[in-house]
Design a protein around this ligand. Structure first.
Ligand code: SF4
Length: 290
């Protein structure tokens, strides 16, 4: 297992920070083309509560984001333009190319990371991504969450797991580095099912991973399930036992970009241990020897 920090230091020679960018996009399971309402755990902000305002030009968003971390980052740091919320390839190839070019020409940007779904990578989009991968390192983050298609239906993901496998293969051909998002603790999932997801991603060839425990945000369909006692959430130790088991399955060169996520405090309903960021980080550092 390689941590993202170590991986980026090896690749770029210094620490890397993310500069979040918001584009004017949505998701096919929100706008009615495949479904409505989005994934049942996802907030109105499309999993990007910390992202910038989409109406601002990309360079303005990046300068603002870099300005916010520059004091702690210091001069010897680089930045990844991070297209974070919603489905950032759910747009025309021309629009995407324009935004990527704007981002990669900003001072300090040394890589691009783009969050999307496997079913939004049509040939025109892949061509744009291939050109971007030729300019600087390109990370494509795929929100898989689970390899189990029944759970996927329950969470209203609106694409089949097979599409993820095909997407990873296509992205690797164009030179992108693939990061997979996985949620542990989805309703009805046993530990074996979670490990099946990890195995499928490793077999598909995912390069990196972002894990998170399921957390419940206000005003989401998941919150209704939670209040109806249809969701059991993981405790901190229990969750990190699962992460440890997942890491044991992954190849040694797998990069762990995130050990767990944390929802926006204002709308977090449960589990409350995820809100104590300092305690969680200390625990991760101790447990995984970071
Ligand atoms: S695809 Fe991503 S951003 Fe869209 S609803 Fe699902 S989790 Fe949210």
């Amino acid at each position: 297992m390689i941590t993202a920090n170590n991986y980026f230091r090896d690749m770029f020679g210094h620490k890397m920070y993310k500069a979040s960018i918001s584009m004017d996009v949505t998701c096919p399971n929100r706008d009615g083309s495949k479904g409505t309402g989005g994934c049942i755990f996802c907030s109105e902000g499309g999993s990007g509560e910390f992202a910038a305002c989409s109406s601002d030009p990309v360079d303005v968003q990046i300068r603002r984001a870099i300005g916010q971390v520059r004091s702690k980052a210091g001069v010897n740091a680089g930045y990844i333009a991070y297209f974070q919320n919603f489905t950032n390839t759910y747009c025309s190839p021309g629009y995407l190319e324009k935004k990527l070019q704007e981002a990669s020409s900003c001072e300090g940007i040394e890589a691009v990371s783009i969050a999307t779904r496997p079913d939004c990578l049509e040939p025109g989009i892949l061509e744009v991504l291939e050109r971007q991968a030729g300019r600087m390192p390109l990370f494509v983050e795929l929100g898989l969450q689970t390899a189990n298609d029944d759970t996927a239906k329950l969470i209203n993901r609106c694409y089949e797991t097979g599409e993820y496998v095909e997407a990873v293969a296509s992205l690797k051909v164009i030179g992108a580095n693939v990061i997979t998002h996985i949620i542990f603790g989805l309703p009805g999932e046993t530990r074996d099912m979670m490990m099946d997801t990890v195995r499928l991603c490793a077999d598909a060839g995912s390069d990196g991973y972002k894990f998170t425990c399921l957390y419940v945000l206000a005003d989401t369909p998941m919150a209704r399930l939670f209040y109806d006692h249809k969701v059991e959430l993981l405790g901190m130790e229990e969750y990190f036992d699962i992460v440890e088991a997942a890491i044991r399955i992954l190849p040694e060169n797998a990069v762990i970009h995130r050990f767990t996520g944390d929802g926006p405090k204002m709308s977090l309903i449960a589990p409350l241990w995820t809100a104590n960021k300092r305690k969680v980080i200390n625990y991760i550092n101790r447990r995984f020897g970071l």
